[in-house]
Unconditional design. Structure first.
Length: 359
């Protein structure tokens, strides 16, 4: 039995649709504050879920083999849910990143502790999540990596919760009328555009990928096709809440005439496995609606965990890029048709020769 928390939300519904494809014989429970009354989700078993009600969390976990948290990347939801699942020895797959668990760890708990079959997977959406898997796959073509470059562009309306997370991580001055610090200029990235803007970032997912493939140098960037983001960051704002509001509002105008989607550009340079010589590979992939992509990746990860959840050796904390059964995860991703296009170019500017296909 699989429980989906937040199964009535945007990502939750996409997760439900995808998990039905991967696990058609498995019973699914929907956990949410209010009972769904319309759509496909209303036909599933429903249990009340209130993060402030410990009894409702415990009742929802009865008989469940895996819990999927699509309720939102927030420590308000993730920390108490993880505490409950670890206490019961139930694997948890979360769309939220590891930042969501700081409250749990602050009480002296360890995410890496291997006890009670308590497997935890975080960052199981598109970003974070899928973006960490792509460099791992491309790195298999190399025996030594000198440079890793990861760029992504996401075209979607940014929710206030997501904008708040973005604003919290931005570098800013300490004055009352603060500005976010920016260091970008228009660049030409093949396949992305002739005049795009990169915004560097580095988080725990980047560190996890770098630990696995061990590049001598690495860069990670969010890419924007215009200067609106730059103008927004360069203008003063009173606090991060105001900045988050501006980010969310800006996104609504930015995608007005653009089809929602996610685009990835991953470049690796190093010693190629096939001929033991210096070379490069560029992976360019495009996906559709970001919420649908996150839901499918969350479902693909959950199915992989569900199939391996009885393996005690898998206990502990993971993200998709570090999951030992990553090939099973990739098989699920392909089955769900996450990618609209997938090309690997042997050389950075040699777009006449390419490999097209699945992961």
């Amino acid at each position: 039995m699989i429980a989906i928390l937040g199964g009535t939300g945007k990502i939750g519904r996409e997760t439900l649709n995808a998990i039905r494809i991967l696990e058609p014989e498995t019973e699914i429970i929907i956990g949410s504050r209010n009972k769904p009354t319309e759509g496909d989700v209303s036909s599933y078993i429903w249990k009340a879920f209130d993060v402030n009600d410990v009894k409702s969390i415990d009742a929802l976990l009865d008989g469940v083999s895996v819990v999927i948290n699509a309720a939102g990347p927030s420590s308000v939801v993730s920390a108490p849910v993880m505490a409950a699942t670890r206490a019961r020895g139930i694997p948890l797959v979360d769309v939220g990143d590891s930042d969501c668990y700081r409250k749990y760890e602050a009480k002296g708990n360890s995410l890496g502790e291997k006890t009670n079959n308590s497997l935890v997977m975080s960052g199981c959406g598109s970003i974070p999540g899928l973006i960490g898997v792509l460099p791992i796959i491309l790195s298999r073509d190399f025996i030594k990596i000198s440079e890793l470059e990861v760029n992504y562009r996401i075209d979607e309306e940014i929710s206030m919760s997501a904008a708040t997370d973005m604003a919290a991580k931005m570098n800013a001055s300490s004055t009352s009328e603060i500005n976010a610090t920016t260091f970008t200029k228009p660049e030409n990235i093949p396949l992305f555009g002739e005049a795009i803007y990169r915004y560097p970032y580095h988080d725990e997912e980047c560190e996890a990928v770098e630990h696995i493939i061990n590049p001598l140098k690495s860069t990670w960037n969010m890419v924007r096709p215009d200067t609106e983001y730059e103008k927004l960051l360069a203008s003063p704002y009173k606090n991060r809440e105001e900045l988050a509001t501006r980010i969310s509002k800006m996104s609504k105008f930015a995608i007005k005439d653009i089809r929602p989607g996610i685009h990835f550009y991953v470049k690796i340079q190093g010693i190629l496995r096939e001929d033991q010589k210096d070379g490069a590979r560029v992976l360019y992939a495009s996906c559709g609606n970001p919420a649908e992509v996150s839901g499918k990746v969350l479902a693909a990860t959950s199915s992989a965990v569900y199939k391996t959840s009885r393996d005690y050796a898998l206990n502990g904390y993971y993200r998709p890029a570090t999951f030992p059964m990553i090939d099973l995860l990739l098989k699920n991703i392909n089955k769900l048709g996450v990618f609209e296009s997938w090309n690997i170019y042997p050389y950075l500017f040699d777009t006449d020769t390419e490999e097209v296909g699945e992961l």
